[in-house]
Design a protein around this ligand. Structure first.
Ligand code: FAD
Length: 624
């Protein structure tokens, strides 16, 4: 059973990672269609629920800002106390996916989010420059795939299930600055002209070149097939999963021993295929793994890397970007929750989970209001934030006898979950005059010595205005550069964000980002109109991530991501990157699916699957 569940990991692995790609493709149309006038221009959601936007000074003690943040006006007056069926703590993509599905299933849902923007790591924000132009930034994810049409991507299945509309534009590769030299990584079959085999012919060497690559491709074929056998929307974390996966089970079992490899580390495949250490190919596969999970190939599950390779190298493969930025995806999910009768309460921090008769029964908000939940509480907060939400002890009955259950051990266990490192960020609004032939994404790796994961070594640059110029005023670009989950929090721990010491350190640590961007736009520093720099402290504060972490560091083969019932508390399920299948946009959507479906009677779940199949929303997408 466990193998089956792990096998599904592929459905959930996020296709590509947080790095870079270029464009070339025509920019698709912008905005949200004809209903746009009744909606907030950026948020794409009814003004009644969020209020108008207003420009307010951004109180960002980290400094470095040249402009004002444009924030949504959030109603904060009046009691928020009410009763509902399900309370979701956190409006990250995991919580929004779970909330949107539960609302679609007919439950009354209230999502509580601490931030004034929905989306968690994936939220969007706007800065008005001193010259008055609005720049729309992505806080985090920039790499999306399998989104422009119904696909095996779990997030796409959520959007399709709840009729959430997002417009996508596509592109076909990204620019890579490796220590070996520059190349453009073009998606699609590796043996097509300009494909990955051409890169290998240039940079590959004996032990890590064409022969080994072809062996890897052959080896992963059945893995990719096994990974794409189960539709993510069929997931649930109870015995009902046998019923929802039943039709595909014989096909999956036909892959036999191959399926067993799926939850091991991808490095095992590299070893089987004789990909030698310190070769270009080994480093490439380590880079893809690191970008996916924050761990190298020896810690990243085979399912995730195999699925990614299968997706990147299939016929007609493309990458996607949401028109309006990552905030547009969050807004579409919020809109669907509200359309189906639910609420998304922003600037609403949950202080504690209420326990009643041994069961999670609601939440207490900062300020004292309470929201009771008759069906369940769903926690989308990262695992390290959950102990604070739990009471130290609560009463429950065992065989009818009341006992005091203590949460001390559970809290310790959750807090001890190992963490990946954090990020440095640069968000820039720049003058784009004379800057030509840009790609939307680039990856820079400075050196191989010390490893890909050495602090400050791997940098991702995203310039989404290349595909969606509506994100900036005419002739301008937005640039988001970040070190990809490799900045140690401890360097900044305890520093006062207003102190000169902090500012100096932040400026020093950002240099690697500036230098990376200069490879793409040599005179970038003279073009800056808006500048925001961020450290692990900024990441911790604005993305609400404990120690600014990318997510749990659970190495494949040694540890497993837990399921949604990780606390063992009745009525409390978790979703997001702290639970199976882990970090990344598709993965957290898959966890939202699993959690929502687990809370729904099997019949309702099966009905949704039937409807989606009939409407062509769950294609059988063979990728090899
Ligand atoms: C810089 C960066 C780049 C990335 N790039 C990519 C990429 O290109 N492609 C990709 O697939 N993935 C990428 N990722 C990973 C991906 O964005 C995340 O794994 C995913 O968005 C996490 O979603 P989540 O729902 O688990 O959690 P989160 O996004 O952390 O959401 C949790 C939410 O819970 C809220 N919350 C917490 N506690 C409380 C409380 N007590 N009360 C109320 N609310 C609370 C938080 O404010 C937050 O909004 C990137 C991540 C980062 C940081």
């Amino acid at each position: 059973m466990r193998t089956i569940v792990w096998a599904i990991a592929a459905c959930m692995a996020w296709e590509t990672s947080g790095f870079s790609m270029p464009s070339v493709l025509p920019v698709a149309r912008l905005g949200h269609g004809s209903s746009v006038q009744s909606r907030s221009p950026r948020l794409g959601i009814p003004l009644s629920s969020r209020g108008a936007r207003s420009a307010r000074l951004l109180k960002m003690q980290d400094g470095g800002l040249e402009g004002e943040e444009v924030r949504p006006e959030i109603k904060t007056k009046g009691s928020k106390s009410h009763g509902t069926d399900v309370v979701v703590i956190g409006a990250g993509l995991g919580g929004l996916s779970a909330g949107a599905l539960l609302a679609k299933y007919g439950y009354k849902v209230t999502v509580c989010e601490s931030h004034y923007h929905p989306g968690g790591c994936a939220h969007g924000f706007e800065i008005k420059s001193k010259k008055g132009g609005i720049f729309k930034f992505d806080a985090g994810p920039s790499l999306w795939a399998g989104m422009n049409q119904p696909s095996t991507n779990p997030l796409r299945q959520v959007l399709d299930a709840v009729d959430a509309k997002v417009e996508w534009t596509t592109y076909d590769g990204w620019g890579v600055y490796f220590p070996d030299g520059y190349f453009r990584f073009n998606v699609g079959p590796a043996d097509q002209p300009g494909g990955f085999e051409d890169v290998l012919k240039k940079f590959g060497e004996p032990g890590g070149g064409l022969d080994e690559w072809r062996r890897v491709q052959e080896t992963i074929k059945p893995l990719v097939l096994a990974c794409t056998t189960f539709p993510p929307m069929a997931l649930r974390a109870d015995p009902g999963v046998i019923s929802t996966l039943w039709n595909e089970l014989p096909k999956f079992l036909s892959f036999g021993p191959v399926a067993a490899k799926i939850n091991g580390p991808f490095s095992a495949v590299m070893d089987d295929c004789n990909v030698k250490k310190d070769t270009f190919l080994r480093r490439w596969l380590d880079y893809l793994s690191f970008a996916l999970s924050g761990l190298l190939a020896d810690g990243t599950i085979c399912a995730a890397v195999s699925y990614t390779l299968g997706d990147l190298h299939r016929e007609n493969s493309v990458l996607d970007y949401p028109i309006g930025g990552s905030g547009a995806v969050c807004d579409a999910l919020v809109e669907s929750i509200e359309r189906n009768g639910g609420k998304v309460l922003l600037s609403t921090h949950v202080d504690k989970i209420i326990m009643k008769e041994g069961k999670a029964a609601g939440v207490t908000l900062k300020g004292g209001d309470t929201i009771t939940a008759s069906h369940a509480v769903v926690a989308n907060a990262p695992v390290w934030a959950i102990p604070k939400l739990l009471p130290d002890e609560y009463e429950k009955k065992v065989f009818g006898i009341p006992i005091k259950a203590k949460n001390e051990g559970l809290k310790r266990k959750l807090s001890d979950t190992p963490q990946t490192d954090s990020f440095m960020h640069l968000h820039l609004g720049i003058d784009g005059k004379g800057v030509e032939n840009l790609d939307i994404h680039y990856t820079v790796i400075n050196e191989w010595e010390g490893g890909i994961d050495k602090p400050g070594n791997m940098i991702v640059i995203s310039i989404p205005t290349v595909l969606d110029p509506s994100l900036a005023p005419d002739g301008k670009h937005i640039v988001h550069a970040y070190t990809a989950g490799n900045e140690p929090y401890d360097l900044f721990k305890g520093l006062d964000r207003k102190s000169p010491e902090y500012k100096k350190l932040k400026a020093e640590r950002c240099e690697t980002l500036w230098k990376a961007i200069e490879r793409v736009i040599p005179d970038v520093r003279s073009r800056v109109e808006v500048e925001l720099s961020g450290s692990p402290l900024t990441h911790e504060r604005f993305l609400n991530r404990p120690q600014g972490t990318y997510g749990p560091a659970l190495a494949a083969g040694k540890a497993m991501f837990p399921g949604p019932g990780l606390t063992g508390i009745d009525g409390l399920l978790c979703c997001g990157d702290s639970v199976f299948p882990g970090i990344g946009v598709p993965a957290v959507a898959a966890s939202g699916i699993t959690t929502a479906n687990t809370l729904v009677p099997l019949e309702k779940h099966r009905q949704l699957l039937e409807e989606m199949k009939a409407e062509g929303k769950m294609p059988d997408q063979c990728m090899v």
